[in-house]
Design a protein around this ligand. Structure first.
Ligand code: ATP
Ligand code: MG
Length: 402
């Protein structure tokens, strides 16, 4: 095979994880192909190189955490997690960095909190000069499916630390006395190793407090938790997650330096998520905008499920991923969803033409007639006629009055 020697060198460098070496050998290959007049092949390689540079730019650089701040032994896959002595169940799961969790999509305030926290770790030496440390404890709260758990994974990934995840309800034992011991064992484990400790489903503790039978035991559990949270401050980073922030004991709440609220995504964040979840389909802006317009109040997890359903519907009907097919698939997916409380989504589910009339008259969606026609597979004259009909003018007035 022609150029085999260069291909061989590329494979060797790639397997050794030597990126500079791969690039050097690829340049050699390009030079040879170019000399042989294989211009299409050279262009294809150029596109690959360019795309990989763009991906790198999107992925923020990892933080180099100071070993002064994060102490402890290195966790390896050989280390056994602690277990509940009565049941033998593991008290935590361990995820190692390297999974490349994509950056979650946030609203502006949440974005600033996460970026700020990581920036503190990036500049920890400057902070230590003035006698402060980067934020070590974070409480994340918000409705289901909004990206709380993946945010913890993302932070651990960015800090280059393993994530030790405990679900509080997994720590709660039906055996008297065991819950407090489980909590203590979990914290001992997390403090022994350099890691981020994640306490997911933190509200289970608050639910415990409502149990009238075990008042003494619950007090002991809460005290153990508070003491352990206090002690943990010298060791590593701790993240707790809850859906029900109001249920939490104020004493627990106060233990966390930063509180991050993640809400359902706003219009622009929905667009970014929809684009991500429709991939590998590269949907056009107007299509993404229509999706976002129909799905206010939906969580990221809802959007992911819905986009998956749209892709499935399109593929099963053997349709190409064109704007009009995405539009009709969205309509049928919405039609199969129970309890559609958002009126524009209900209109699209029931009658796509009426929906075209609706968006042609709604300046909020920001699409002109040409874009609407293209995105919905409707001719210009038909969009214009539907606009005139002003179907559902009342809906627009009602949404604008809100
Ligand atoms: N803000 C977001 N950015 C990126 N992806 C998101 C976001 N929100 C949700 N997702 C998607 O939804 C899935 C579920 O997210 P995650 O498990 O983090 O939600 P959660 O807030 O922890 O939900 P729960 O309260 O039910 O535990 C993720 O795997 C991700 O694909
Ligand atoms: Mg979660």
């Amino acid at each position: 095979m022609e150029h085999f020697a260069v291909v061989h060198s590329i494979i060797k460098a790639a397997l050794a994880g030597d990126e500079a070496g791969v690039r050097k050998q690829v340049n050699r290959l390009e030079a040879r192909l170019s000399k042989a007049g294989a211009n299409n092949e050279v262009a294809a390689i150029e596109r690959l190189l360019k795309a990989s540079t763009e991906v790198k730019q999107l992925a923020p650089s990892q933080v180099e955490v100071s070993r002064v701040l994060i102490t402890g032994e290195t966790l390896t896959p050989e280390v056994h997690p602690p277990i509940d002595r009565e049941t033998g169940a593991q008290l935590c799961l361990i995820d190692f960095p390297g999974q490349r969790t994509p950056k979650p999509v946030y609203g502006q305030a949440a974005q600033e909190t996460i970026d700020g926290l990581l920036a503190e770790w990036r500049n920890s030496s400057a902070l230590m000069l003035v006698g402060v440390e980067p934020t070590r404890s974070l409480l994340i709260y918000g409705p289901p499916g909004t990206g709380k758990t993946i945010s913890a994974h993302y932070i651990a990934e960015q800090l280059g630390l393993p994530l030790v995840t405990a679900r509080i309800d997994g720590l709660i034992s039906s055996f008297l006395g065991t819950t407090a011991r489980n909590i203590a064992n979990l914290f001992d484990f997390a403090n022994r190793y350099a890691c981020v400790l994640l306490l997911d489903e933190f509200d289970a503790l608050a639910k415990l407090r409502d149990d009238p039978h075990e008042v003494g035991e619950i007090k002991r559990v809460v005290n153990t938790l508070l003491q352990n949270l206090d002690r943990r401050r010298q060791f590593g980073v701790t993240i707790a997650i809850t859906n029900h922030d109001r249920l939490l004991d104020p004493a627990v709440w106060r233990r966390f330096e930063t509180q991050l609220h993640i809400a359902e995504p706003e219009f622009a964040a929905r667009e970014a998520l929809i684009r991500r979840f429709l991939a590998p389909i590269e949907a056009e802006d107007s299509t993404v905008r229509i999706f976002s317009y129909c799905l206010p109040g939906r969580s990221g997890a809802d959007l992911e499920r819905l986009c998956r359903a749209v892709k499935r519907t399109m593929a099963m009907a053997d349709k190409a991923p064109e704007p009009s097919n995405l539009f009709s698939s969205l309509s049928s997916v919405l039609g199969r969803m129970p309890l559609l409380d958002h009126i524009p989504a209900r209109i699209l589910a029931a009658d796509p033409k009426a929906f075209v009339s609706l968006i042609a008259n709604d300046p909020d969606i920001g699409l002109d007639q040409k874009q609407i026609g293209h995105a919905t597979g409707t001719s210009q004259s038909q969009v214009s006629a539907l606009k005139q009909k002003m179907l559902h003018k009342d809906v627009i007035e009602a949404t604008h009055a809100q």
